[in-house]
Write a protein that binds this ligand. Sequence first.
Ligand code: ADP
Length: 249
Amino acid sequence: SRPHSSTLTTEGLGIRFGAFQAVGDVSLTLEPGARQALIGPNGAGKTTLINLLTGVYRPTSGRIYLDGQDITELRCDQRARLGLVRTFQINTLFPSLTPLESVVLAICEREGLGACWWKPVKRLTHVHDEAHAILRRLRLDALAEVRVDTLAYGKQRLLEIALAMAARPRILLLDEPAAGVPQGESSELFEVVAELPAEIGVLFIEHDMNLVFRFAQRISVLVAGQMLMEGTAAEVGADARVREVYLGK
Ligand code: ADP
């Protein structure tokens, strides 16, 4: 496994779509091993910022640094190899595979082994051991060998995180990991996220403020494409500007 955790920072990061400045001048810091929430009203630019961080979009201004290395010009796959990983979306899961096969496939992809998952198990013991360990961590071990399309929605969302874990992230970016997951299950999903290895930093978008304040030590508040503030959960919760944005007073 990777020897250390990583710091992600941006300086003056922004993107315009035509004349529209979706994200402007954002300076963000994700400390090693942080559990940090990215919050803000609809349309604030949260998803766009995640897309900038992972390399889906090229910024029109500013820089992105991973452990001080400028990664602004790197492609998504190059960033992923450095440990900056986002979750797969559910519609990229293979419905007819099992969670175990899916994670094995993702590990093989990381290792550049091609379509190795069908090879005799005894030749891939270490891959299977790692896959089982990841599924245990995501509390999916009891479901390791059922078809993915028979999994409840919340379990499929956990599998997305399992697949991201197969890439050996130092930083995980989660865009509304609990979206669509029933109330009771969303806090379990965040418990699992909170218990990921301490060296993995997690930046997550979440709308439910109860979950945000329960699971984030630090919070970045994006409003109209600008970083309104970044601080501890206590600092953000007590900030008059944040209260104004969220409570209208
Ligand atoms: P959030 O995730 O905070 O709800 P988004 O990042 O999805 O906000 O969107 C921020 C703004 O940028 C929205 O007004 C959205 O319409 C706009 N936007 C996002 N992506 C594009 C795009 N590819 N082209 C044009 N406008 C976009």
